[in-house]
Ligand binder design. Sequence first.
Ligand SMILES: [Zn+2]
Length: 142
Amino acid sequence: MLSEAYSALLPEITATNGPFWQGCAQGELRLQVCDACGTFRFPDAPVCPRCLHDSFTWKKTSGTGRLWSWIRIHQRYLAAYADEIPYVVAFVQLSEGPFLITHLVDGPPDSWLDQPVRAVFEPDAAGRSVLKFAVDELQEQR
Ligand SMILES: [Zn+2]
């Protein structure tokens, strides 16, 4: 379970980002999809970064992606992450297109770039589900 200090760094849940966090609570990675051009976007935004249209729909994604880069942190840069050391910060491209910076759990032991990853959700001290990623062993075998 993630510490209270870790939870304090999470963004406030608002009407705008609420559907994302509701998805996390249900074990789903949900993103906004532009109603005009179909572009998935992360983080949430009031307009599409591709076509500037302001109409969108929240949709469940596959929760899968590819590892673009990662770094294992051994130093205590943030007190909130002290209990997590060592931890892996990863740059992931979702199968739907958007990139995000996240934490990779249990890895990467023998990781190579472009390794398949999948969304996992870890509870924090307040019972909120936090999005992280893990190496997708099933997808890796395909
Ligand atoms: Zn668009």
